[in-house]
Design a protein around this ligand. Structure first.
Ligand code: C5P
Length: 229
């Protein structure tokens, strides 16, 4: 039998407010091209990936369609929350695509080796897969208000914490069920699968799969690109 077809969904409809004022984050410039173009090119460099669906900010769908014309992608309008954007992209994924990657446009320098590791775990039978890294900082839990004052309520054992990246991988029916039954917002798709009580497998991520979030991340991304060329 032929191996299951792998598709990728790229939520790229966020505002990117933490990056400062300007264009939606996926359309910000990195070394002469929008972040989203770097991200989609990275997916296309992964031989495992077939159909790709991008969720763009609704007003930018025509611009994004033109930007990505060379990459054989479908572009849909994203939604209010990241989850809505992923749901809309999933609805546009061609039938017969049984394995799905969800990949943040903002993780625009993710190496193809991370895609390969996630797909390998799916092909080995996992329902859901996340790439992870050990956490460098000690992490505190707090209550209260960031402006009016917070108080620390606990310190989780750092050796058991992982920072989670994308692409996250899913059996399509598991991701679809998780989105149908999503009770409340989540910051990643695996959290919705966890709520179904399904097992999520962790595989090694990459430092180069960091999410461009704040201005310093853009400097880091430029340095990574320079080092690669
Ligand atoms: O906000 P956060 O950094 O978690 O966003 C992660 C990814 O989700 C980004 O690539 C962003 O463009 C995308 N997103 C989206 N639709 C939204 C909000 C975020 O596609 N409504």
């Amino acid at each position: 039998v032929a191996p299951a077809l792998v598709g990728a969904l790229v939520p790229a409809a966020g505002r990117g407010e933490r990056l400062g004022p300007g264009r939606p984050k996926a359309l910000r410039d990195l070394a002469g091209e929008p972040l989203l173009v770097h991200a989609v090119r990275g997916l296309r460099e992964a031989p495992e990936v077939g159909p790709v669906v991008v969720a763009a900010p609704a007003p930018d769908v025509p611009v994004v369609t033109a930007l990505l014309a060379a990459y054989d992608v479908v572009v849909v309008a994203g939604g209010e929350q990241r989850q809505d954007s992923v749901g809309r992209a999933l609805a546009a994924l061609p039938a017969g695509t049984d394995l799905v990657l969800v990949h943040d446009a903002a993780r625009c320098l993710t190496p193809p080796s991370v895609v390969a590791a996630v797909v390998a775990a799916l092909r080995a039978g996992a329902d859901a897969v996340v790439p992870v890294l050990a956490v460098a900082d000690t992490v505190k839990q707090v209550v209260g208000d960031p402006v009016w004052g917070e108080r620390v309520t606990g310190t989780p054992d750092r050796s058991r914490l992982r920072a989670v990246q994308t692409p996250q991988g899913f059996r399509r029916e598991v991701l679809a069920a998780a989105h149908r039954r999503a009770g409340g917002a989540a910051t990643d798709d695996a959290a919705l699968v966890e709520r179904l009580g399904r097992t999520v497998v962790a595989v090694p991520g990459s430092e180069e799969a960091f999410k461009v979030t704040r201005p310093l991340d853009l400097l880091l991304a430029e340095a990574v690109l320079r080092a690669r060329s």
